[in-house]
Design a protein around this ligand. Structure first.
Ligand code: IPD
Ligand code: CA
Ligand code: CA
Length: 263
């Protein structure tokens, strides 16, 4: 069974035509911060239909509609139909489609497409990372010169204090803090050298499965609370940086504040 990254890119580009500028419905998923739009559902339906035709018998782990069918599959698609839905719902450009292909439990291919930013990132294991056809590489900045992308545990505000303490300590030693509202966009921006450091207390695999492959293929480093790679099946802390030593420094700050994960 052969799959080419170009096939995935074509499907993702076609799916992006469903990210319309107006006329979509917005609902919350149990809390006022956690939104889903009719476009999220339309993009996911389109992607699952077209990608299962590309790789018959493949499994899926998708954000919407509790789609979790990952047991016993050689190939698994991990999909966030729109990462940055709160931005999308407001017409803010910082949103994207994120599609990862995992083979035998390992990251294999990843595509992150932000149509309104005009950025199409992709990577294939062992083949480097690209944006709009050009190779991308992480920055060579030091931790002290680094810009940190991060978030305050938007969907679990009861954990926000852990985040603010950790972010405060990192902020004291690095250059500054940024937040776009799309984890996948932010990890890709680090891959391309526009920022350098990343911390989020808890993300879902669909937020980072594609973008962390793009980041590591661009020369970056990624880890989770236990120093290993974030899980490709359950929620994880995500720490990332332009190099392993900055990644380790963020992890050291985390460990100063947290002896165990709160989830
Ligand atoms: C969210 C975004 C955001 C991150 C949240 C994610 P969603 O994804 O990636 O940047 O801080 O943790 O859940 O809900 O817009 O798909
Ligand atoms: Ca997401
Ligand atoms: Ca989403």
């Amino acid at each position: 069974m052969e799959i080419r990254i170009e096939n995935i890119i074509d499907v993702v580009k076609e799916a992006s035509t469903l990210m319309v500028c107006s006329g979509f419905e917005v609902h919350d998923k149990g809390s006022r911060e956690n939104l889903v739009t009719s476009s999220d559902l339309a993009v996911q339906d389109f992607l699952t239909g077209r990608l299962s035709a590309l790789l018959p018998g493949s499994g899926f782990l998708c954000e919407e509609e509790d789609l979790n069918d990952i047991a016993g599959h050689e190939f698994i698609w991990i999909i966030d139909p729109i990462d940055g839905t709160a931005n999308y719902a407001r017409g803010n450009e910082n949103c994207c489609i994120s599609v990862a292909l995992v083979r035998n439990g390992e990251q294999y291919m990843g595509v992150v497409y932000s149509p309104w930013r005009g950025e199409l990132y992709w990577a294939e294991k062992g083949c480097g990372a690209y944006c709009n056809g050009k190779p991308v590489h992480v920055s060579y900045r030091s931790y002290e010169d680094g810009l940190l992308f991060t978030a305050m545990s938007t969907y679990h505000k009861d954990w926000a204090r852990y985040c603010s303490d950790i972010i405060y300590d990192i902020y004291l030693d690095c250059n500054d803090v940024r937040r776009t509202g799309s984890a996948a966009v932010e990890l890709c921006l680090i891959a391309a050298g526009y920022a350098d450091l990343y911390f989020e207390l808890r993300l879902m695999p669909w937020d980072y499965a594609a973008a962390t492959l793009i980041l590591t293929e661009a020369g970056g480093a990624v880890c989770s609370f236990d120093t290993g790679f974030p899980s490709l099946s359950v929620p994880s802390m995500v720490i990332a940086a332009n190099n392993p030593s900055s990644c380790r420094r963020i992890l050291d700050v985390v460990h100063r504040h947290l002896k165990a994960l709160p989830y």
